[in-house]
Design a protein around this ligand. Structure first.
Ligand code: VG1
Ligand code: CO
Length: 543
């Protein structure tokens, strides 16, 4: 084998964020930048000689080049085999499925997820461990430490592999298997959901519109909904993954998935609409003229899980990220199961899932998933919803409204201020943090502060502690304000404001969300001076 050792200089900015290392493509294209990070991963994990690695990405610009580099580095670093998605494509949930199914040592997923793609946009690298989940902080910190001292990397001198042809190849002594990940993923979904019922539903006059936003779920969605479940061709729109996602922002929310929103809120709308993000782990669920808040979605899935074959024997527990609304907590209490509150980011669910403390997990950011893999899973959530609808025979809106009647409604919204000045945003957070101690007992109109802190989490399984995970200000009536800075952006800072209030009175559950939350939104402005620090009159995205 012709292994080369290439000298290189450390970069100071390779700290992984909420979900992997994300930077502009041009940053990753600097000589040795990607290589240094990948070598730092390999140096930080104790890889047994001959181990297997899973590798693929969401198909964005630079995916193919990066895969060729990583393959040659894996060969030079002693891996015995790499499983690569055909065309370099692997959705994040499919990668997690493959790591688990074939018991590979871990996986590298190339994606900046919901961030835009293309030569001027973003690229990203995530490392997942052998349980199929994102590397925990202990490992990402070790990787970051290594990036600061690295001085060389190993790479095989060899020609590129043909990524488009399924088959086995050799790179030096290492085997490369190029495979189609749609089949194993589909099989996993068949083991969880009632495909006979789903097929009946989708061949009836029930109309589904699935928007893959030209990102990674296209091939999976075509195979599942149209080929396997018999939905008419055209059910999946924007189903061909493109390197720049067609110029769009592959983030399934009301702003960036506007084509789908227009269809579902337009005349003669379909019964059900869904969209997924760049790497296929997020989902947005819409009914006809109806938006399902992701926090509500998690609560509805939990309350109806017994209707779905894969979960009919009950749930061990549930988990949600701290900013996610407490709607699911109410369901858990009624079911008599534990509900865990973790920091933002799927990596914090891994231990709970492995220890069978939680079966379903979710985040307010359009992410839901279960113990079937160790990532959130966009298409899984869509199938879960469809399975519930097939059994209950009710519309999305009916299901959500009856849920509110039974459990009460958690009015909930997230306001994102994207790409604001980073220094000002940090100043705002620092100032808030310093005033938290004086807040409890303070009155703001009808609101009295019950607690205020910067969320810290102690993992109940391994005892690891994660601090500074978001500022929470809770009031005596159960409502709350949360503020934190995003860990996935690549330009400036993104401020996220989360507001929540609870309404048990069924006659007051039909207020428009922003109107219902207006007093809290105003209070957040008063306390945090958001307009002043962001220099923005209004948020970029409201969910
Ligand atoms: C955001 C979301 C978080 C999610 C993360 C990765 O992080 O808020 O809930 O886990 O993205 O999702 P942040 O730090 O920007 O708030 V994905 O679909 O980008 O892998
Ligand atoms: Co994603």
């Amino acid at each position: 084998m012709n292994v080369q050792i290439i000298p290189s200089q450390a970069f100071a900015d390779q700290k992984p964020g909420t979900s992997g290392l994300r930077k502009k493509v041009a940053v990753f294209q600097q000589p040795h930048y990607l290589e240094n990070f990948v070598q730092s991963i390999f140096d930080s994990i104790d890889t047994p000689k001959g181990a297997t690695l899973t590798l693929g990405g969401d198909g964005r610009y630079y995916n193919r080049e990066a895969i060729q580099i990583i393959l040659k580095m894996a060969a030079a670093n002693g891996f015995g085999r790499v499983l690569v998605g055909q065309g370099g494509i692997l959705s994040t949930p499919a990668a997690s499925c493959i790591i688990r199914k074939y018991k590979t040592f871990g996986g590298i997923i190339l994606s900046a997820s919901h961030n835009p793609g293309g030569p001027k946009a973003d690229f990203g690298v995530k490392y997942n461990i052998a349980n199929g989940g994102p590397a925990p902080e202990k490992i990402t910190e070790a990787i970051f430490a290594r990036t600061k001292t690295i001085s060389e990397y190993k790479i095989l001198q060899s020609a590129d592999i043909n990524l488009d042809r399924v088959g086995s190849f050799k790179l030096g002594t290492m085997d490369v298997e190029v495979f189609d990940s749609v089949v194993p993923y589909l099989k996993l979904m068949e083991s969880l959901f009632d495909f006979t019922r789903l097929k009946t539903l989708l061949s009836s006059d029930f109309r589904l519109c699935m928007d893959s936003l030209h990102a990674v779920t296209g091939p999976y969605a075509h195979a599942i909904f149209e080929e396997r479940l018999g939905a008419p061709l055209g059910t999946v729109q924007n189903g061909v993954p493109l390197e720049d996602f067609g110029g769009g922002h592959p983030d399934p929310n009301l702003v960036y998935a506007h084509d789908l929103v227009e269809i579902l809120f337009g005349p003669n709308a379909p019964d059900f609409g869904a969209a997924s993000d760049g790497d296929g782990d997020r989902n947005m669920i819409l009914g006809r003229h109806f938006f399902v808040n992701p926090s509500d979605s998690l609560a509805v899935l939990t309350a109806n899980a017994h209707l779905v074959p894969g979960y009919q024997n009950g749930l061990a527990g549930v988990a949600r990220s701290m900013p996610t609304s407490a709607a699911v907590d109410r369901v858990a209490a009624q079911l008599g199961i534990d509900c865990y509150e973790t920091p933002t980011g799927w990596k914090f669910f891994g231990n709970l899932l492995d220890a069978n403390k939680a079966t379903l997990c979710g985040e307010e950011s359009f992410g839901t998933g279960s113990n079937h893999i160790r990532e959130k899973d966009g298409l899984w959530a869509v199938l879960f919803w469809l399975n519930i609808i097939a059994v209950r025979g009710e519309s999305v809106e009916q299901i959500v409204r009856s849920h509110w009647q039974k459990f009460g409604r958690n009015y909930y919204s997230r306001h994102d201020y994207e790409e604001v000045d980073a220094a000002r945003a940090t100043e705002m957070v620092t100032l808030l943090r310093s005033s938290l101690g004086q807040m409890p007992g303070k009155k703001y109109g009808k609101y009295e502060v019950a607690y205020s802190d910067d969320f810290a989490y102690t993992d109940p399984i391994d005892g690891s502690v994660s601090e500074n995970q978001g500022i929470r200000i809770g009031f005596t009536d159960g409502s709350r304000i949360v503020l934190r800075l995003s860990g996935t952006g690549t330009k400036g800072a993104t401020l996220r404001l989360y507001v929540e209030s609870y309404e048990s009175d069924a006659t007051r559950q039909d207020i428009e969300t922003q109107a219902a939350l207006q007093p809290l939104i105003q209070l957040a402005e008063e306390i945090a001076q958001i307009r002043h620090y962001t220099q923005r009159e209004k948020p970029t995205v409201i969910t």
